[in-house]
Structures are given as structure tokens and as C-alpha cells.
Design a binder for this molecule. Structure first.
Ligand code: SAM
Length: 253
């Protein structure tokens, strides 16, 4: 049983090749997991592939591994869920990134909305957020690295709705339908779950979406839905909406 899973985005995982582990992964394997020669870890290429890697050299200077056969990762949902999330205070945004990656969200779009707390994201912040996605992927058993898009305005995110997909817009001022009912109706219209490949979820920032933004979403064909009578914090709403959508489409089975 391999001890740890590590994402190596830049390294081709070719069977029977020997590679030197990057510094951080070497540290994890040697000092944290305390593995020696003969120990095994799993390496992910982030595009659905993973392979066992046996430690063949372990020293303070470096850790070398020999790669086994590449295997297709098991636990990636058949439906692509994109979460468009209003820009929250960083810590809350990062909680949503981590939890929704664990659940199986495929793409994250930071949304610039009327009431968003910030209107830009530094490259350093985007690097940190990609690190959070990578760690959550390694931990949850998934093998497709989620995509982190550059921040978009609400109208941009509404404009490029994928064909054949559905856009769901939870808005706290909506009484009905629930997200589950809206998704069931969309699945029935599409002729079954197997025909529903893309779902785009929109979650507002701490201050919520404005009525004008909800109206804009409706005009673009997004379905306004409720997540119940309680007003959820934005990061909670992001996790709940993602779980409901993935579950309704059979991805949490
Ligand atoms: N002020 C709170 C906060 O600090 O997080 C509330 C934020 S606001 C309600 C966040 C977003 O979560 C909303 O724009 C909406 O997308 C979603 N949301 C929260 N509760 C909801 C509900 N009961 N029904 C539909 N959407 C909801």
C-alpha cells in the first residue's frame, strides 16, 4: 500500500524511468513519511493518470524513485462542475477551494461581482490557491487537477455557458425551485443523467448577489434556485451547492 500521493504536473510519468523527486516531495517522503529504499508512494500527473513509484535512493541530498505502470485514476466525477464563486475574504475563499476540490468540482472561477470584497487577485495568490487545489486533490484520491480560471465578471461567466450544460444560480431571495428539483428537471429535459455533462454553479460573495445581477443571470438562461430558508455563508453555500449537484448527478456514489 503506497504511503502518500503527490502531484507532479511538470514530470511525464513514464513506466520504468527513474526520476529525482522535487525538493518538497522528497522531504515529505523521507522526513515526514520516513520512507526508505523500497518504500512506495503514488505520483499523479494531474490529467487523470497516476503511478506507483518505488524509492531506489534516499539521502539528505536527494530521493530517487523508479516509476511503475501508469494507471487511470478512479475517482473523478463523470459530470464537469464549474463553481463560479464571488470573491470572498481570502481564508473563506480558500476553504471553499479545498472542500469543493475534495467533492470533485472540476473548475473554479473567481467572480467579480458588485458586492465582491476585492476586484483583483495577485499571481502570488493564484499560486497559493493552486497549491490548495493540489493538496486537496492529493488527499481526496482524485486525479484530475481542478482548473483555476482567471477572475471573471459575472456577465463574462454567464456569457460562456457551455452548450448542453446547465447554469444554476442560488439566490437567497428565491423561494423555489430548490437546486435539486431544478437539476432533476434539467436532467429529464436532457434525456437522462448520461446526457448532462456540464453544470455551472454561481455563488455570491459575503454581501450576496444584487437583484440586478440575479436579473442578468435569468436573462442569460441561468436558473435561479434556493438552498433553503436559512441564509448560508458564502463558503457554506458553495460547498452545499457543489455537493447537491454532484450527488444529484450520481457523482457521490
Ligand atoms: N452575509 C452572509 C455571509 O457573510 O456569507 C451571506 C452571504 S450570501 C447569502 C452568499 C451567497 O450564498 C448568496 O449570494 C447565494 O449565492 C448563496 N446563498 C446563501 N444562502 C442561500 C439560500 N438560502 N438560498 C440560495 N442561495 C443562498
Amino acid at each position: 500500500m503506497s504511503a502518500g500521493r503527490f502531484l507532479l504536473l511538470e514530470t511525464p510519468l513514464t513506466e520504468d524511468t527513474e526520476i529525482e523527486l522535487p525538493f518538497e516531495v522528497a522531504h515529505q517522503a523521507r522526513d515526514v513519511l520516513r520512507l526508505g529504499v523500497g518504500g512506495t508512494i503514488r505520483l499523479l500527473d494531474g490529467a487523470g493518470g497516476e503511478c506507483p513509484a518505488q524509492l531506489i535512493e534516499v539521502s539528505r541530498k536527494r530521493v530517487m524513485v523508479r516509476l511503475g505502470a501508469r494507471e487511470e485514476g478512479l475517482f473523478d466525477p463523470p459530470v464537469r462542475v464549474t463553481l463560479c464563486l464571488g470573491m470572498l475574504k481570502a481564508a473563506k475563499f480558500e476553504v471553499a477551494l479545498q472542500k469543493c476540490t475534495e467533492l470533485g468540482v472540476a473548475t473554479f472561477v473567481p467572480l467579480l461581482t458588485e458586492r465582491a470584497v476585492r476586484d483583483e487577485v495577485s499571481e502570488a495568490k493564484l499560486r497559493r490557491w493552486r497549491g490548495i487545489l493540489a493538496e486537496a486533490l492529493e488527499q481526496c484520491g482524485g486525479s484530475h487537477m481542478p482548473e483555476l480560471a482567471a477572475p471573471q465578471s459575472l456577465s463574462q461567466a454567464l456569457a460562456d455557458l457551455p452548450p448542453g450544460g446547465i447554469a444554476l444560480f442560488p439566490w437567497e431571495e428565491t423561494r423555489e425551485p430548490s437546486l435539486r428539483v431544478a437539476l432533476e428537471e434539467a436532467v429529464a429535459q436532457a434525456g437522462g443523467i448520461e446526457h448532462m455533462h456540464k453544470v455551472r454553479l454561481f455563488i455570491g460573495p459575503e454581501g450576496g448577489f444584487s437583484p440586478a445581477e440575479a436579473e442578468l443571470a435569468g436573462r442569460h438562461g441561468a436558473r435561479l434556485v434556493t438552498l433553503g430558508q436559512r441564509i448560508l455563508r458564502a463558503e457554506t453555500a458553495a460547498i452545499v451547492a457543489s455537493a447537491l449537484a454532484l450527488d444529484a448527478l450520481g457523482a457521490l456514489e
